[in-house]
Design a protein around this ligand. Structure first.
Ligand code: SF4
Length: 466
């Protein structure tokens, strides 16, 4: 493999210059012996520390090791938690820090959940020669049986391959390493679940259009037992504009007395820059009448007319609701709309849609996913409409199970998302936007979640100090 300098990432991807298929470290056979061979571009952490890498060294590892050897480093959650989950021992000398700062801390649960529990894919079941019809994909015991059968099957495959004449003549270590990894995961999944069965739930399986099983995920309801293995420095600072102490501590398994909570009493942004109008048009739910739904969409039309010369944002709870809004808006306003999801039909990324929006002086983004993590500063958005309260998906089994075990969690999740939504268009103290909330159900969330609302929102929500 030769190194190549390509400044444009997208062009690099098009040329296939990625390491998706790269084996940073692989097992190969040399003189009849199994040895590990490391990619020749991979530096060691010691080389990075001593500054003795060369210009051809792998960019990815240079960045990663540079972060580890630096006094201060900045990580995305996935990269950092991958180290904390799988390579803590390997890098322990470099992880000995006094403080970790976790930004956007209200999203930590979503990150941790990716590292606990497990997913089973149809391809793995086939690879193990198991008949998926033999298993009940709604039942935890049946899923434990499946992981056990998979581990057994992988172990047998590994043994057969190792003993085969073909392998002994020309060993395929890539195949073997993959099988071993899948065996270990299945075996570990069974142990994890068996040790704490009540804490795991089987989500509904995903099926293809013909009703065939595609994938299933088994996830823990309570992540607090796993969370502290990701937070190991002497001090942690969790930052968010939308968390409250009680539910955060409960969710993350933190002892309340060990936690100091700083609830900023006032927003740093002037109240007149972030006004919120609770219009209470109709209460939207699964059972809403068509009339109520249309009344809300009519109001969206009216607000868009009032802001006919500005860009804006409409937030709702699902893709079908986005589509319904588009179907019923006036033709003039429909033309202003840009649907924006994390994955878009035409293959455009969220950033690409937002870039297009920036060139359209009266464009309006419509989304069920831009509630957080997007920065519509200044005139990228001067009005935002919250059409529907974004409850977590109650039909998902984990959500349902978590809700019955931790009743305040559901309210806290909904509240966090609404408050995050409020902030999408006001990004600095001289930025401003007007927010309209149409769904009457928001009152219920504020009522139930009152003790969880951070003080910085009291003024704009007309709440008194409690
Ligand atoms: S070490 Fe770097 S260049 Fe080599 S395979 Fe891994 S990611 Fe690719």
């Amino acid at each position: 493999m030769e190194s190549e300098k390509v400044d444009n990432d997208r062009r690099a991807m098009r040329w296939g210059l990625t390491c998706d298929k790269g084996e940073c470290q692989e097992r190969v056979s040399k003189n009849g012996k199994e040895v590990f061979e490391v990619c020749k571009f991979k530096p060691t952490i010691k080389q990075v520390e001593d500054n003795t890498t060369d210009t051809k060294s792998c960019h990815y590892y240079m960045q990663k090791y540079d972060a580890l050897v630096s006094n201060h480093s900045l990580w995305n959650y996935h990269a950092f938690f991958t180290i904390m989950k799988f390579n803590k021992k390997l890098f322990e000398d470099y992880l000995d820090r006094k403080l970790t700062v976790f930004d956007e801390a209200h999203k930590i649960e979503d990150q941790i959940i990716q590292f606990v529990g497990f997913d089973i894919f149809a391809g793995q079941v086939d690879e193990c020669n198991l008949n998926s019809e033999k298993y009940d994909f709604t039942d935890l015991d049946s899923m434990i049986q499946l992981t056990d059968d998979m581990a057994f099957s992988y172990a047998k495959k590994i043994k057969d391959i190792k003993e085969s004449a073909a392998f002994q003549n020309d060993p395929d270590y890539e195949l073997l390493t993959g099988l071993e990894r899948r065996h270990d995961r299945s075996a570990q999944a069974k142990i994890d679940i068996m040790t704490d069965k009540d804490n795991f739930v089987v989500n509904d399986p995903l099926k293809d259009l013909n009703g065939n099983f595609r994938t299933i995920s088994v996830k823990p309801i309570d992540v607090s037992k796993f969370a502290n293995s990701f937070f190991e420095t002497e001090y942690q600072l969790f930052m968010s504009a939308t968390i409250d102490k009680n539910s955060f501590c409960e969710n993350m398994g933190l002892v309340k007395d060990d936690v100091a909570f700083v609830d900023t009493p006032k927003s740093p942004f002037p109240i007149e820059h972030r006004s919120i109008d609770l219009l209470n048009i109709k209460r939207l739910s699964y059972g809403s009448t068509e009339e109520d739904e249309l009344e809300v969409i009519k109001t969206i039309d009216r607000i868009m007319d009032e802001h006919s010369n500005e860009r804006g944002l409409i937030l709702t709870s699902s893709i079908p609701r986005c589509q319904k809004i588009i179907r019923h808006l006036s033709p003039k306003n429909t033309q202003r709309i840009r649907l924006c999801h994390s994955k878009n039909k035409d293959g455009k990324t969220q950033d690409e849609v937002i870039s297009e929006h920036a060139t359209d002086p009266t464009g309006v983004l419509l989304s069920s996913s831009l509630w957080e993590g997007v920065d519509l500063k200044d005139d990228l958005s001067r009005f935002q409409i919250i059409a529907k309260v974004p409850y977590p998906n109650y039909t998902e089994k984990r959500t349902k199970a978590k809700m019955s075990k931790f009743p305040s969690w559901y309210t806290s999740q909904t509240l966090t998302k609404i408050l995050q939504g409020f902030g999408r268009s006001i990004r600095s103290d001289d930025d401003w936007a007007k927010t309209y909330v149409l769904d009457t159900a928001v009152n219920n969330v504020f009522f139930k979640g009152q003790p969880m609302i951070p003080k910085a929102y009291y003024d704009v929500l007309g709440m008194d100090e409690v």
